[in-house]
Design a protein around this ligand. Structure first.
Ligand SMILES: CC(C)(COP(=O)(O)OP(=O)(O)OC[C@H]1O[C@@H](n2cnc3c(N)ncnc32)[C@H](O)[C@@H]1OP(=O)(O)O)[C@@H](O)C(=O)NCCC(=O)NCCS
Length: 166
C-alpha cells in the first residue's frame, strides 16, 4: 500500500484492486460524469453491470492488473492493464470528476508502470478520444515515449507508448 498526503478529509491510498471491489467499481462508475464516461469508454456507457464489474475486479496481478485509488471506503479511481502480447498490454485509467487534477491519475499510473515492468511488459497500447488533452498530459508527465504510429479513426486515436526502463 502506498499513501499520498491527505487534505482535511483523510488520505487517498493506492492499492491493487481485489475481487471484492466489484460493488465499489459500480459505485465509482455511477459517480462519473457523462463526459468522463465517454472519455474512458470512448462512447456512452452509463451503467456498469454486475457482470462487467466482476470482470473488471477479476485481476491476476500479472497479465491483468489494476490499481485503485481509495478515499475512505470509496474507490475514486482505477488504472488497469491487460496483457495482449508477450511485451504489450492495453491500458486504461479513470479518476472520479471531483478528484481529478489532484495527481491521482499520475500516481496510479506510476504504480501500474512498476507492475508492468515486473511482468516484462514493455509497451502500453492506449485508445483515447482524439481531443483528450488530459491523458496526453498524463503520458507526458510519466515520461512515456510514443513508439508506434498513432491512428485516428472516427475520433479515436490508438497509440503505443514505450515504458521507460528504471
Ligand atoms: C485522464 C485522467 C485519468 C487524468 O487523471 P487526473 O488524476 O486528473 O490526472 P493528474 O492530476 O495526475 O494530472 C495529470 C496531467 O493531466 C493534466 N490534466 C488533468 N486534467 C486535465 C484536463 N481536463 N485538461 C488538460 N489537462 C489535464 C494535468 O494538468 C497533469 O498534467 P501536468 O503535469 O502537465 O500539469 C482523468 O482526467 C480522467 O479520468 N479522464 C476521463 C477518463 C479518460 O480520459 N481516460 C483515458 C482514456 S482510457
Amino acid at each position: 500500500m502506498v499513501n499520498t498526503s491527505g487534505d482535511g478529509m483523510g488520505e487517498v491510498q493506492y492499492r491493487p484492486l481485489q475481487a471484492d471491489d466489484a460493488v465499489a467499481l459500480q459505485d465509482l462508475h455511477a459517480h462519473l460524469s457523462d463526459e468522463t464516461v465517454r472519455r474512458r469508454f470512448l462512447g456512452m456507457h452509463r451503467e456498469l453491470s454486475e457482470v462487467e464489474a466482476h470482470r473488471f475486479a477479476d485481476v491476476d496481478h500479472l497479465g491483468r492488473e489494476a490499481i485503485a485509488a481509495v478515499h475512505g471506503n470509496e474507490v475514486i479511481g482505477v488504472a488497469r492493464y491487460e496483457q495482449t502480447a508477450v511485451d504489450t498490454a492495453e491500458v486504461a485509467v479513470v479518476v472520479r470528476d471531483d478528484y481529478q487534477r489532484q495527481g491521482h491519475g499520475t500516481r496510479m499510473m506510476q504504480i501500474l508502470l512498476d507492475r508492468a515492468r515486473h511482468a516484462d511488459i514493455r509497451y502500453f497500447k492506449l485508445e483515447r478520444l482524439a481531443d483528450n488533452n488530459a491523458v496526453v498530459a498524463l503520458i507526458g508527465r510519466l515520461g512515456l515515449e510514443r513508439s508506434r504510429v498513432s491512428i485516428t479513426r472516427y475520433g479515436v486515436t490508438a497509440e503505443t507508448v514505450r515504458i521507460p526502463d528504471m
